[in-house]
Design a protein around this ligand. Sequence first.
Ligand SMILES: [Zn+2]
Ligand SMILES: [Zn+2]
Length: 77
Amino acid sequence: MNIRQEDDYIIINGFKFEGEISNERCKHCNSQKIRNDQYDAYFCPSCNTWLEEKCSDPYCHYCPQRPDKPIPEQYVK
Ligand SMILES: [Zn+2]
Ligand SMILES: [Zn+2]
């Protein structure tokens, strides 16, 4: 998996979004967590799972739009 930070963006296998690489690590696989600014949430790129539950606010700006997988299927190799 190819993960790069470019200014305010993260690029994972060509999938680009606003975010930041965290110093914290995934408890499952020890990969560095990545923050997606668009959804205001952290995820693990290796597990391809969000590391935070969605909140229960139906008017939240972030959670209702958040996809099931942080990295779309076509970018996962
Ligand atoms: Zn992980
Ligand atoms: Zn929310």
